[in-house]
Design a protein around this ligand. Structure first.
Ligand SMILES: Nc1ncnc2c1ncn2[C@@H]1O[C@H](COP(=O)(O)OP(=O)(O)OP(=O)(O)O)[C@@H](O)[C@H]1O
Length: 336
């Protein structure tokens, strides 16, 4: 999709075998790229497969199909040594900092653990100095080295989680809903910190979230997922100015606007029904059962992801080459 891709994912699948002939298609045929040194936001409702996608990309889950190319190298062609190195180069920041930090370990041991696994230090003094540096990078005091996770607030714990993820100087970081467990007042601070660290270190990042306003702030590009499928991907600016997929339009129309005049005038798209089960997804387009514009073709044919404008990819039968009747119909529904 893009020339300067750091991560290239093609046709990635992750199916969970639930037994009794039941297969849950958590990620189904997702292709996308993350540009080097940029942040890709991944958005979609709870259960659409964002976390599974991130974990499968990192190799935490074994993929059921497809390809992951990291910095030009197919992960399937890597040697054991390269895989071990890869674990250093890719890191994850988790949603719930409390659950992901061992309550019996000190901050020093928690942050040093990934470095200990890779035997980075000969002397305890160097280990302490490096952890102190990391604490300062995430805005925490070096005085916290000997304290335990329960002594910290949610925002501080997430900073410890970020320091731990950065300990091995990764090139690629997946932040999986890093702010959803935090108070609204500290969410912006943590996002601001991630944005600053990403810029300073030239990190390539994937930011998984369902809060579209924060995604807009931090992401260069955004990918929208629905029921294990990628439905739209483009730059953050274009996605928010000109969303093309009806699902993206619905997600965006649900963000509250602080100005009451604008809020009153704008059209909200309310999706009917719940997210269908990924064990038994709809035939054809997976979104068709909730789509206000569904047509006959949406039942019989799965739309493929197509580039409708430069760098703007959509999987929807209304695009591209939508017949004038379809476009008019879309306008009509939107103006109701
Ligand atoms: N280990 C697993 N075994 C079986 N099913 C799973 C497993 N992990 C996830 N799933 C299922 O895969 C689907 C996608 O889940 P996933 O957690 O990836 O979605 P999500 O978009 O990240 O949601 P959330 O925002 O709630 O974390 C869901 O139906 C979920 O129940």
């Amino acid at each position: 999709m893009t020339d300067n891709a750091f991560l290239e994912v093609s046709h990635l699948k992750k199916y969970f075998d639930l037994g009794h002939d039941r297969i849950l298609k958590a990620v189904d045929d997702v292709s996308l790229n993350v540009r080097k040194g940029k942040t890709l936001g991944i958005v979609g409702e709870s259960g659409c497969g964002k976390t599974t996608f991130g974990r499968t990309v990192l190799g935490i889950y074994e993929k059921s199909g497809g390809k992951v190319v990291f910095d030009g190298k197919d992960t399937d062609d890597m040697s054991e040594k390269e895989h071990f190195q890869l674990k250093k180069r890719m890191q994850m920041i988790f949603q719930d900092p409390y659950a992901s930090l061992n309550p019996r370990s000190t901050v020093l041991d928690l942050i040093a653990e990934p470095m200990d696994i890779h035997h980075l230090f000969k002397h305890g003094r160097d280990r302490r100095t490096r952890v102190g540096e990391l604490l300062q990078e995430v805005g925490l005091s070096v005085d916290f080295l000997n304290r335990y996770p329960h002594e910290f607030s949610g925002g501080q714990r997430q900073r410890i989680g970020i320091a731990r993820a950065l300990a091995l100087r990764p090139e690629f970081v997946i932040a999986d809903e890093p702010i959803s467990a935090l108070d609204v007042s500290v969410q912006a601070q943590v996002v601001q910190l991630l944005k600053q660290l990403q810029k300073e270190k030239g990190l390539t990042m994937m930011f998984i979230a369902h809060d579209l306003s924060m995604v807009k702030y931090i992401s260069d590009d955004v990918a929208v997922m629905y029921l294990g499928h990628l439905v739209e991907q483009t730059s953050s600016r274009v996605l928010y100015d000109r969303p093309l997929h009806p699902y993206t339009q619905a997600l965006l129309s649900a963000i509250p606007i602080p100005d009451p005049d604008v809020e009153e005038k704008r059209k909200r798209i309310i999706l009917s029904g719940d997210l269908p089960s990924p064990i038994n997804p709809p035939d054809g387009c997976v979104f068709r059962t909730r789509c206000p514009f569904a047509m006959a073709i949406c039942t019989s044919e799965k739309p493929s992801l197509k580039e409708v404008a430069e760098g703007h990819y959509v999987a929807c039968h209304l695009h591209p080459g939508a017949k004038s009747g379809d476009a008019a119909r879309m306008k009509q529904v939107l103006s109701k």
